[in-house]
Design a protein around this ligand. Structure first.
Ligand SMILES: [Zn+2]
Length: 369
């Protein structure tokens, strides 16, 4: 097979590379027929999941279904009609953003005049599209809005600035989200790194512990170390309880952990145990490890400044015993990876996250499930 055959063998999709690919969308339209047509259109552009409801205010009842708890939309398309007056438009948008500050709403209106435009502006609509702009007009706007999704850190309420990063081994947190940790601390957050083992599988545990301390110091994070067996960490209740203790003490607004799309069994076990232990934490995201599989599919990107990336590299260098033997700690690769993920967020450097929960702080119940 020649190289060109290999390309042709792939399904031909007009939307390859589009920000719509894999997106979770909420379509709000009282006109069921029009909604059905739009679902088809968005599916044809590889939106992964499209929910339809008639009214933007309906999310409350819909959310009680439970499953929604672990799903947060990437964007909302709200078709207004003649029944939606300007005041209602603003009021509904304001109420929406109180609940879902990170989920942008694109308003589609018949022929938006100045009153409608002002109402959408007051409600902080992500954009306003005239229905006459047609499918192409809507797709272009949606594409732009999805590319400018708020950074997961910026979208967080400033009231609770505590973050917990859980990793199976010393250096996992630094490689996955070292830049994010540095950025959070720079912006006044308290960051705690919980490492579940001393990494005896990759070197002398005492040396690795000292390295982990130095790395945490570089990032400005507090280090907590557990002593589970490197290579044999499971997701049993002992693991869950150990993570729970730290969650209770730190009371984080956001927890970051390994993705389950990872070939390392320790990483997957820590992912599962953390999901249980952090069940009451408003935001849970998964970072990329060098052992992440190609199915790792981030939906949020944390924008890093050069100094965040420099701090990440310095923290990785602190793990000197590993840097000597592990190619994935190579500075070029770390830098290139951050640069690569930057293209998904119109940023120079980013760290990717699979956000699996992003409830608003109002729903934070420290002792509940
Ligand atoms: Zn690891």
């Amino acid at each position: 097979m020649s190289p060109s055959d290999a390309f042709e063998a792939e399904p031909s999709r007009q939307s390859r590379g589009s920000a719509l690919v894999g997106s979770l969308l909420l379509l709000v339209d009282r006109d069921a027929e029009r909604a059905a047509r739009q679902v088809e259109l968005l599916r044809a552009h590889d939106a992964e999941s499209i929910e339809v409801q008639a009214d933007l205010g309906e999310y409350e009842s819909a959310r009680r279904s439970g499953e929604r708890d672990f799903n947060v939309w990437d964007a909302v398309v709200w078709h207004c009609d003649a029944r939606t007056d300007a005041e209602e438009l603003t009021r509904t948008l304001v109420a929406w953003y109180e609940r879902f500050p990170a989920v942008p709403v694109v308003v589609v209106a018949n022929e938006p005049d100045m009153t409608v435009a002002m109402a959408a502006l007051r409600g902080r609509a992500a954009d306003l599209v005239a229905r006459s702009a047609g499918d192409d007009g809507l797709l272009a706007v949606l594409e732009r809005v999805l590319r400018q999704r708020p950074d997961p850190i910026d979208a967080i309420s400033p009231s609770n600035k505590r973050a917990l990063v859980v990793g199976a081994h010393p250096d996992d947190a630094e490689i996955g989200v070292g830049g994010t940790i540095h950025r959070l601390v720079r912006r006044g957050w308290d960051a705690t790194v919980l490492t579940m083992s001393h990494g005896s599988g990759g070197g002398d545990p005492a040396e690795r512990t000292a390295e982990a301390q130095r790395a945490a110091h570089v990032l400005g994070a507090v280090l907590v170390m557990e002593d589970f067996p490197d290579g044999a960490i499971d997701d049993s209740s002992a693991t869950v309880r150990a993570i729970e203790r730290v969650v209770r003490r730190v009371q984080p607004e956001i927890v970051l952990v390994h993705s389950d799309k990872d070939t390392h069994q320790d990483h997957r076990a820590v992912h599962r145990a953390t999901l249980v232990a952090a069940r009451s934490v408003p935001r849970v995201g998964c970072y990329q490890s060098p052992s992440a599989m190609v199915t790792f599919q981030p939906n949020r990107f944390v924008d890093l400044r050069e100094r965040d990336l420099e701090a990440k590299l310095a923290a990785i260098r602190a793990h000197g015993s590993q840097a000597r033997t592990r190619a994935y700690l190579d500075e070029d690769l770390v830098r290139a990876t951050a640069r690569y993920w930057g293209r998904y967020a119109n940023a120079h450097f980013t760290e990717p996250l699979e956000m699996i929960r992003a409830s608003t702080p109002t729903r934070f119940r420290p002792d509940g499930h």
